[in-house]
Design a protein around this ligand. Structure first.
Ligand code: MTE
Ligand code: HPA
Ligand code: MOS
Length: 753
């Protein structure tokens, strides 16, 4: 079975925000953004802009009936700027007009005068000036001084990783329609309908039950629509309220690139201590996160960096400090991995530097320190059912890695113009929102009396295949044909108080809630069948493939007949299931607990080839053993691994966000911001399922898949770096990602500054 949407996507028939048929009186909004990174608004004049025919209104913060505040975790984010602007792209005015062309034309006539203030672009500079979004956070265990004093080797260094543009195919957008009375309906491209509902309620000054948020699907989110779909939805709702007309607001690609936040760039300092045997004894790390101008999700992202500071390794003494720095960039935000990749990258770099200093292969240190059951992670969680070593070992055998390494050496000794390198990238990713309260989901099932099934959950379909997974879970629970099941849109009037579809737990939690609701209805159906068939109370009644069985014997009672009889006998054919991930907790005072229901493991083996004359890199192959649990749908899961891998490779090899000194994104189109295409994908990608993996927390024993494979991409960085070292016959000094072709060339010819 394929992703539900595959056929409509390919035919171009799937509907996105931009495709909704608009009512005749619909208006169009376009936002006037701050052109400067930091400054005071001295004066403005909207008269000329308003004078254009077809302009209905130009809104500013003064038009907000409720609170001008949309901060999620920290209340530091205004919807529309008041007296000061803090990044290029901050929303100041909203032009509402009869067409988008008119709105854009009008926007150009807005007159505004600023007093420019100094802007901070870089996280280290922000830290030096004490410009922080929140106080530093420390995760620690053991005794770091003791760990270092027992170490035979101590290596210190710095590493930085760049940001990343989400580049979802569908840009941010929303469409709001005033309803009767004060009520309003918002159709939004958001991963987080309840957040849109909550913030719109605050800004409009009306209660949440007067706002209905509807999501059909997203043309990709990747975390970029967890928090940052909200402003556009709320602006369109505000404009709809004030003009009393439906209002559509969709960002153009260039606007989206310029004004929305991205993956957080990080710059980090580390110190790692090992004994003679290659055991890691101590690890100290400080992360400087470039948070942008307001908090958004930065503190939560930073927390996940701290959780994943040691990746898939056991380190007895750890001190990890996270500092969220406030800069004058658009607020950086969630992006696949949610800070995890940034944390894991630094420990991988530290191990590489240690290997170089000690003079042993990196993978020997990696392998020696993999997590085992019973190990205590630095945040207090005890490792259970670790598949860290089994994935690694299976990869070694299955891919015949020893041979491949020998082959790479042979290639390098015979070739001067091309050199190869390799890397191992083990991963360990915690599943659950690190904010415990978010680990809840609900599902509403109706069985109509023709036997068809409708399921509404909190999950948002954004290409990851969550709808298909929920349908599979329901079809298996009822034992019916999947064609009978329809997954409804995500709508706050049907499912309330929902968590964002994020943290890779959307499929997990919403499928679990669906199974609970299905089981409730199933229990009623079984009793209904018992009555219908005059069976005894002790008889075993089952539904198998749409047929009722009594004591393992087939009857002629079919699903459709049973449903009709159950309805006829006035028995409830609907249920609401609620799932809360059990036994998780985390204490933010001590930074200890069991925040994750479970971990996902895997190992990637990557081979890169560089063209020594031109500095061009190519990922030849990535071979992965991944821990899927018992996959609900291997095709969807494989798609997630391949997509995440390529996205990860893009992040570490070519995607480079260049900003000007005054905070303007220079890489603001696809001609200056390079993303991976089919040519830059690995020539060969091989994904092997780890066998015998169980997971009692996942629906039908499956494991979450959305984010973990992103981090396999980090292996490309180290494989390329290894190829450079094989070309130069000396260790490379590159300590920043991405490792672009330009950087490779400069490194090869020692021009690097
Ligand atoms: N896959 C596609 N095609 N499009 C997306 O936007 N988002 C990723 C991942 N896979 C995404 C995707 C991210 S960031 C997350 S958290 C998960 O999907 C969310 O979905 P899930 O929780 O159902 O796995
Ligand atoms: N992942 C994604 N989104 C989140 C998380 C998380 O761990 N915590 C809060 N929002
Ligand atoms: Mo994913 S970054 O948790 O939306």
């Amino acid at each position: 079975m394929k992703n539900f949407d595959a056929i409509n996507h390919i035919k171009g028939k799937s509907i996105y925000i931009d495709d909704f048929v608009l009512p005749q009186n619909a208006l169009f909004a376009s936002v006037f953004f701050s052109p400067i990174a930091h400054g005071k608004i001295i004066s403005f004049n909207l008269e000329k802009a308003k004078s254009i025919d077809g302009v209905v209104a130009i809104l500013s913060s003064k038009d907000i009936p409720g609170e001008n505040q949309i901060g999620g975790i920290i209340q530091d984010e205004v919807l529309l700027a008041e007296n000061e602007v803090h990044f290029i792209g901050e929303s100041i005015f909203v032009v509402v007009a009869k067409s988008l062309e008119i709105a854009r034309k009008s926007k150009k006539l807005i007159e505004i005068e600023f007093e420019e203030l100094p802007a901070i672009i870089n996280e280290r500079e922000a830290f030096a000036k004490n410009s922080l979004l929140a106080p530093p956070v420390i995760f620690a265990n053991g005794n770091i001084e003791e760990g270092f004093s027992e170490s035979d080797f101590i290596i210190e260094g710095s590493f930085s990783s760049g940001g990343q543009e989400h580049l979802y195919l569908e840009t941010q957008g929303a469409f709001s329609i005033p309803q009767e009375g004060e009520r309003i309906k918002i159709i939004s491209s958001t991963q987080n309908p309840s957040a849109v509902q909550k913030q719109a309620s605050k800004v409009l000054g009306i209660s949440m039950n007067k706002i209905e948020v509807e999501v059909l699907r997203l043309g990709g989110g990747f975390g970029g629509k967890e928090d940052q779909a909200t402003p556009w939805a709320v602006i369109s709702a505000l404009a709809a309220r004030i003009t009393n007309s439906p209002v559509k607001l969709v960002l153009s690609r260039q606007e989206d690139l310029l004004v929305t936040g991205k993956r957080h760039p990080y710059s980090s300092d580390f110190k790692i201590g090992l004994n003679k045997d290659g055991k890691i004894l101590a690890y100290e790390v400080t992360y400087f996160q470039n948070g942008g101008a307001v908090a958004d999700l930065s503190t939560a992202v930073l927390e996940r960096t701290l959780f994943h500071a040691t990746n898939s390794y056991f380190i007895p003494n750890v001190k990890a400090t996270g500092i969220s720095c406030k800069t004058n960039l658009p607020p950086n935000t969630a992006f696949r991995g949610f800070g995890g990749p940034q944390g894991m990258f630094v420990i991988e770099f530290a191990i590489e530097q240690a290997a170089n200093k000690i003079g042993i292969p990196k993978h020997e240190i990696q392998k020696k320190n993999l997590l085992k059951d019973g190990d205590e992670l630095h945040y207090g969680q005890i490792v259970e059912n670790s598949n860290s070593e089994s994935c690694w070992q299976k990869a070694e055998i299955q891919f015949n890695i020893e041979n491949q390494i020998r082959e790479i050496k042979r290639f390098n000794s015979e070739n001067q113009l091309y050199k190869k390198g390799f890397s191992f990238m083990p991963i360990c990713f915690g599943i659950s929102f690190t904010s415990t309260f978010l680990n809840q989901a609900n599902s509403l099932i109706h069985i109509y009396h023709d036997g068809s099934v409708s399921i509404s959950t909190a999950a948002v379909e954004m290409g990851q295949g969550v709808n298909a997974k929920i349908a599979i879970a329901a079809a298996k629970t009822f034992s019916i044909n999947i064609e009978r099941i329809r997954i409804e849109t995500t709508n706050t009037s049907r499912n309330a108080n929902t968590s964002p579809t994020a943290a890779s737990s959307g499929a997990d939690m919403n499928a679990n809630a669906t199974i609970l609701a299905a089981k409730e209805i199933l229990a009623r159906l079984i009793e209904s069948a018992r009555t219908e068939l005059n069976a005894n109370p002790t008889d075993l009644i089952e539904i198998i493939d749409e047929i009722v069985f009594v004591n393992h014997e087939k009857t002629n009672l079919t699903w459709e007949k049973l449903i009709w009889r159950t309805y006829f006998n006035r028995i409830n054919l609907s249920a609401h299931g609620f799932y809360a991930t059990p036994n998780i907790h985390f204490d933010r005072k001590t930074n200890k607990g069991k925040p994750f229901a479970y971990h996902v493991y895997g190992t990637a083996f990557t081979i890169a080839k560089i063209d020594v004359l031109r500095g061009i890199s190519k990922i030849e192959s990535v071979q992965i053993v991944h821990d899927f649990g018992k996959s609900l749908n291997p095709e969807i899961d494989l798609g997630q691994v391949e997509g995440a891998l390529v996205q990860g490779i893009g992040w570490v090899t070519m995607e480079e966000l260049q900003y000007s000194e005054n905070g303007k994104l220079l890489a603001n189109s696809l001609s200056t911001y390079k993303i991976p295409d089919i040519y830059s994908s690995p020539d060969k990608t091989e994904v092997v399922f780890l066998d015998n993996s169980e997971n009692r927390f996942g629906p039908l024993s499956s494991k979450a898949i959305g984010e973990p494979p992103f981090m396999y991409g980090i292996g490309a960085f180290f494989a390329i770096k290894n190829a450079i070292e094989n070309a130069k016959q000396e260790k490379s000094k590159i300590n920043s990602s991405p490792i672009t072709n330009e950087k490779i060339l400069l490194e090869l010819y020692n021009e690097r500054k």
